[in-house]
Design a protein around this ligand. Structure first.
Ligand code: FES
Length: 118
């Protein structure tokens, strides 16, 4: 169950692109691994909506950490459960690349006359 009261919540995308790449079986594996690690009371799961990482699916988001993973495989799911969901350390090699255009990314530097005082 995804509910509030869980320390972490993980949602594997079940949008059309990720579903075509096996997100349902990865979600089942996620639940199995969470149970195997004894994290049922700590981590909630649910089918997720599109994370706009369709080209790199299957994708998953972990809250409240706001960490997005992509190119998920069974190996990735097992590693993420053990290192991130159990251990608290995101798994760098499975992190999603930020596919947003540079001008939409946080921390963008304003250039030219935009944002400058005259
Ligand atoms: S369909 Fe999964 S990220 Fe878009």
């Amino acid at each position: 169950m995804y509910g509030l009261g869980k320390n972490k919540r993980a949602a594997i995308c079940h949008g059309p692109n990720c579903s075509a790449r096996g997100s349902a079986s990865l979600a089942a594996l996620l639940d199995e691994e969470i149970a195997a690690q004894g994290l049922d009371d700590e981590v909630g799961t649910r089918p997720g909506a599109c994370n706009k990482l369709c080209e790199e699916g299957p994708s998953m988001v972990v809250h409240p950490d706001k960490v997005w993973y992509s190119r998920l495989t069974p190996e990735a799911v097992r590693e993420i459960v053990r290192q991130h969901l159990a251990g608290g350390e995101p798994v760098a090699r499975w992190l999603a690349r930020d596919l947003r255009p540079a001008e939409e990314k946080p921390g963008r530097k304003l250039t030219g006359s935009v944002g400058r005082e005259s």
